[in-house]
Design a protein around this ligand. Structure first.
Ligand SMILES: C=C(O[C@@H]1C=C(C(=O)O)C=C[C@H]1O)C(=O)O
Length: 393
């Protein structure tokens, strides 16, 4: 990496430049950390890649829920900056002319002016939002199929429109989410043809830290916290079974690769915004097990987990594709930084929304089993959407 020193540069300044530019970019804040980071690509489009963490350039990866070619979008870190740095890193692959032009653009940009241009880069249309009638009817249909033992679990999701004010600023929303949700992965990412997405995810799909420690979690079961702390929560057998199913799914993935040296912690109750979930954490020391590529291997095996898809995976996927009547795009896919700071951290893209020029589209789903009640599952998607909705206004 080469770098330029910039006086009076702020994270928000760079985020504003990226947002107005129409270039692919992503900015984020990790759970339990205050640092905010941003990568910007200097190419017009994101790269289409297979999610091979060992071979990819550093950047931000975004994988849809479902794809025909199993490819992810990569926003390479041509420009990288965090609130811990006193300079911007430029990837070596660009010549001096481009660096100077970009540097000038950043200097001349007035971040105090209200942002408008970004709206012109938004997608123009989307599938109609899901009606309550449709959602509850497909939940009912899946419950009947599960009572007939056709499958065990399916996660059904839906969308909802919410208006935004004329002077709505994605940057202000990012800052509100960052301070409201210290334990979430707060992110904003723009990919041409995929759109501008923002979210506050509570769920790691996989991470590999700078010491080679691999982690994944089984997160499922949902209740409104209603003022209860995680320690005070109690769970019904439906949620306990639903979460155990996700844990079993992960253990099965370890079994497929004959990996026995994993540590299992939980299940415990964890808080995510105003919600509580059950969570089991799985850890592997990839150095001690001599398995440096475990992150890539598990990513391929895990996604989509039964926390967002179902069991068995193929039947649940078919049920989702045939019944939801919209395209999930990167909702319930995975997103996150790879390679930067010598670590990878990919999160399930949940508690998120997609921005259009005059409104937002919220996404949420709920795990359905043979015991589910359609009305309650609708309610569960409503309270999940509140994570973003509360801060949109
Ligand atoms: C599908 C979502 O969340 C997932 C489903 C959960 C559940 O069914 O209880 C809980 C946490 C997440 O793994 C979502 O937020 O949209």
């Amino acid at each position: 990496m080469d770098h330029i020193e910039l006086e009076s540069l702020s994270f928000e300044h760079l985020l504003a430049v990226a947002l107005e530019s129409g270039q692919p970019f992503a900015a984020w804040k990790m759970p339990q950390e205050n640092t905010q980071s941003i990568v910007v690509s200097l190419q017009k489009d994101a790269l289409k890649v297979s999610a091979d963490l060992e071979d990819l350039p550093n950047g931000f990866l975004a994988h849809p829920f479902q794809t025909k070619d199993n490819q992810a979008y990569l926003i390479p870190a041509d420009i990288y900056y965090t609130t811990e740095m006193d300079h911007i890193d430029f990837s070596n692959s660009y010549d001096l002319n481009i660096k100077e032009r970009v540097e000038k653009e950043i200097h001349n940009f007035d971040p105090k002016k209200s942002l408008k241009r970004w709206k012109g880069n938004m997608l123009k249309e989307h599938f109609p939002p899901t009606s309550k009638e449709h959602f509850t009817s497909i939940v009912g249909e899946s419950v009947r199929a599960m009572q007939n033992e056709e499958f065990t679990k399916v996660v059904l999701s839906r969308t909802k429109e919410a208006s935004i004010k004329d002077d709505f600023s994605p940057i202000d929303l990012f800052q509100r989410l960052s301070s409201a949700y210290p334990t979430a992965f707060v992110s904003i990412c723009y990919i041409p043809h995929v759109g501008l997405w923002m979210g506050a995810s509570p769920e790691t799909l996989i991470s590999v830290d700078e010491n080679g420690v691999f982690k994944t979690v089984a997160l499922a079961g949902t209740q409104a916290s209603d003022g209860l702390s995680p320690k005070e929560a109690s769970w019904k057998s439906k949620e306990i079974e639903e979460q155990a199913l996700v844990s079993r799914y992960i253990i099965n993935c370890f079994k497929k690769i004959r990996l026995r040296e994993f540590e299992e912690i939980g299940p415990r109750t964890v808080a995510a915004a105003h919600l509580l979930h059950l969570c089991t954490e799985f850890k592997v020391d990839t150095k001690a097990t001599n398995f440096p590529q475990l992150g890539t291997v598990m990513l391929e095996l895990l996604h989509p987990t039964s926390a967002v898809c179902g069991m068995p995976k193929e039947i649940a996927t078919d049920f989702i594709l045939q019944n939801e009547q919209y395209n999930r795009s990167i909702y319930s896919g995975y997103i996150g930084p790879i390679g930067l700071e010598n670590r990878h951290h990919l999160f399930v893209n949940l508690r998120c929304l997609q921005l259009f020029n005059d409104h937002a589209l919220l996404y949420a789903g709920a795990g359905i089993t043979a015991d589910s009640d359609p009305e309650k599952e609708w309610k569960e998607t409503e309270i999940k959407m509140d994570t973003m909705l509360k801060h949109l206004k």
